[in-house]
Design a protein around this ligand. Sequence first.
Ligand SMILES: Nc1ncnc2c1ncn2[C@@H]1O[C@H](COP(=O)(O)OP(=O)(O)O)[C@@H](O)[C@H]1O
Ligand SMILES: O=P(O)(O)OC[C@H](O)CO
Length: 497
Amino acid sequence: MEKKYILSFDQGTTSSRAILFDKDGNIVKTAQKEFTQIYPKAGWVEHDPIEIWATQSGVAREVLEAAGVNAGEIASIGITNQRETTVVWDRNTGKPVYNAIVWQCRRTASICDQIKADGMEDYIRENTGLVVDAYFSGTKVKWILDNVEGAREKAEKGDLLFGTIDTWLVWNLTRGKVHVTDYSNASRTLMYNIAELKWDEKILEELSVPASMLPQVKPSSEVYGKTDESMFGVEIPIAGIAGDQQAALFGQACFEDGMVKNTYGTGCFILMQTGEKMVHSKNGLLTTIAWGIDGKVEYALEGSVFMGGATIQWLRDELRLINDAADSEYFASKVKDTNGVYLVPAFAGLGAPYWDMYARGTIVGLTRGANRNHITRAALESIAYQSKDVIRSMEEDSGIKLSTLKVDGGATANNLLMQFQSDILGVEVQRPMVTETTALGAAYLAGLAVGFWKSKDEIAANWAVDKNFLPEMGEEERTRLYRGWEKAVGRSKDWER
Ligand SMILES: Nc1ncnc2c1ncn2[C@@H]1O[C@H](COP(=O)(O)OP(=O)(O)O)[C@@H](O)[C@H]1O
Ligand SMILES: O=P(O)(O)OC[C@H](O)CO
């Protein structure tokens, strides 16, 4: 049967999605299902791995049916996933020993304090590219082994396996035959040495995690195995894996050093491709593996903005200034500027480059003439200012000046935000036709491995622009506004201490 499509699995934090792509990189059909968020205690976040598998395999079958596509027409499957989220299961029964501990979960903060007290911080930063934080998988695995009855004994006997969500999905798709991950996911675990490309023994020892639990780390584009026949009636090669932010970088065809993408969702994830060069940040950005492909590994610098689209949700749900996120553009357009108002959405502290967990949200510059539209506009602009903060750090760390910014994610629908982003950066902002770049990136990785696409050049040629935003603001105005932002950030800092 002619192979006409690639099936992409996009297993995100709140929903599982399956998207069918054709050879031009266009979406043929999408199926999506949300799943349960489990909050056992304040600051704890879990998912049920069985529900993740059920929703993901469910939408995969659903999308084929809805598109009227035969499984035999699928050339391969690509997987992209919420990163860092940790599953530990029994290799004999395939049953998880505990819920998945989600990347957002803060329960291992005290384990992180202990690692720092043990003097491991610099070593970890240098060898994993990450900071010691509860965000990453390593301390989550340790927590499960330390807290689930019998888990440590089983792990030491070699009966337990660890995986991020990609690994868990491949294990289930192959009915327990394949235990792998890719470089990009491994680089988010806190246990992987990104310079030497191997699990780091010293860190494993610090965390007391047996090496026998760990998946084999493979390139991001390769046939890892085939789906069990019971899944789709035929065996389909599983041929691409990447963490979601790296997959988006690939889907945006950021193949040259210095290319940057920003995904504007709840938060904003900004990644700069740095090629074979591993750039260590002086500004608290993360160094991570973008992907491993064509026999080499390429790196990226990553910075995130905690409150991106979430700031607009706050306007909607708490201030009730708008009914719908899209209304923000309409109201912000009613005024020509913010009238001197700045909103710093440091609701959960400030990330890179400030790293101030005691900062809190603030609105400054209010005068008698300030109205709700000014505040809405200031909220939108804050997303662009925070992105600029991260991008400036990237430029400083890498010595590469940004030439264009490729954007994706829900909030890129907002033209006013995109224009302001271009204005405040002084660079062109490019919004592609396909903004599902995460799933597209995984599809491309899977397609390359089976010859569905021949080269990265062919993929780059598929990238098509929907709209380019060019800077219209003068340099003087840009500097004046950004100075105001920095001053506003100063007012929000160190508030809670
Ligand atoms: N037109 C818009 N203007 C501003 N923000 C928007 C707009 N549309 C969606 N958003 C914001 O984008 C986010 C949703 O984008 P999405 O990519 O689906 O995020 P996630 O993957 O994090 O759930 C929400 O936080 C929402 O407030
Ligand atoms: O599922 P998302 O899109 O919220 O992404 C989660 C990130 O991978 C966390 O690092």
